[in-house]
Ligand binder design. Structure first.
Ligand code: NAD
Length: 251
């Protein structure tokens, strides 16, 4: 039984679909309405703003009332704002840290007693490729996602002995509203991805597959693991004038 945040669209919605297809029961939550066509006997829906501890208490209680237990929490909800550092203001910085990092922390604190009541479980925190390396326009977002990565490892150390595995996923270049708010058609959008070893953007389903793995017993020995799903973005960098570099198809 899994609780997924930020599940109305994008990666969160794909995780819900994947978990349901594997026969799991899922509580899908968001600040946005979760589309009714996703609903089934295996699925319930909660309004959950991850920055509000009261919402968390209610969502966990609703999950246990409806399904009797909680085995997996996916802290997926997140926001991004692109801005030069000179234009980054304190409000924007606090908002990003509040949703991406404090939201993750509140989720873990609310879920741990329920996971322990279930005899143990897993927590999956959505970090980012930008939680492993820096990116222009993203000082606040990178800080929040590096924070999620470090938080995950420290919490994994504490919760491993309590039979709760904590791991992070590091997506990069996944085609969702966050990455492509203008809805640019994929063939056009992917032209910018020649610099990725994969030579294309990724699908939310690619990240959902990683979440399904980390949630499963196949990942029983994965604790504090950071799993990149980024088309190779963080594998390294190309020396463009040396053999083996991709060619810029737009040049
Ligand atoms: N798309 C990518 O390439 C990419 C790359 C790296 C990391 N990520 C991370 O993956 C996660 C999902 O991203 P996505 O691309 O699906 O983005 P998205 O914008 O399509 O979906 C994010 C969801 O989170 C919800 N949300 C925002 N604030 C919330 C809050 N306070 N409480 C609850 N829900 C809230 C939104 O309503 C939305 O449904 C995010 O944490 C994001 O940072 C995405």
């Amino acid at each position: 039984m899994a609780l997924v945040t930020g599940a109305a669209r994008g990666i969160g919605a794909a995780i819900v679909s994947r978990f349901l297809s594997e026969g799991a029961q899922v509580m899908a939550s968001d600040v946005l309405p979760v589309s009714p066509h996703q609903r089934s006997a295996q699925l319930d829906v909660a309004t959950l703003d991850v920055t509000k501890s009261g919402h968390w208490a209610e969502a966990i209680a609703q999950t246990e009332r409806r399904f009797g237990r909680l085995d997996c929490l996916v802290n997926n909800a997140g926001i991004i704002r692109f801005s030069r550092f000179d234009d980054l203001d304190e409000t924007m910085m606090r908002q990003i840290i509040d949703v991406n990092l404090i939201g993750t922390m509140l989720g873990c604190q609310a879920a741990i007693p329920a996971l322990e009541r279930a005899g143990g479980g897993t927590i999956i925190n959505m970090s980012s490729a930008d939680g492993l390396s820096g990116a222009n326009s993203l000082t606040a977002y990178c800080a929040s996602k590096f924070g999620v990565r470090g938080f995950t490892k420290a919490l994994a150390m504490e919760l491993g002995p309590r039979r709760i595995r904590v791991n992070s996923i590091h997506p990069g270049g996944i085609l969702t509203e966050m990455a492509n708010p203008g809805g640019i058609p994929r063939d056009l959008y992917d032209r910018g991805y020649w610099i990725y070893p994969a030579q294309r953007s990724g699908d939310p389903a690619d990240v959902a597959a990683a979440a399904a793995y980390l949630a499963s017993d196949d990942a029983a020995y994965c604790i504090g693991t950071e799993l990149s799903v980024d088309g190779g973005l963080n594998a390294g960098h190309y020396y463009m004038t040396m053999p083996g570099a991709p060619k810029n198809p737009n040049a």
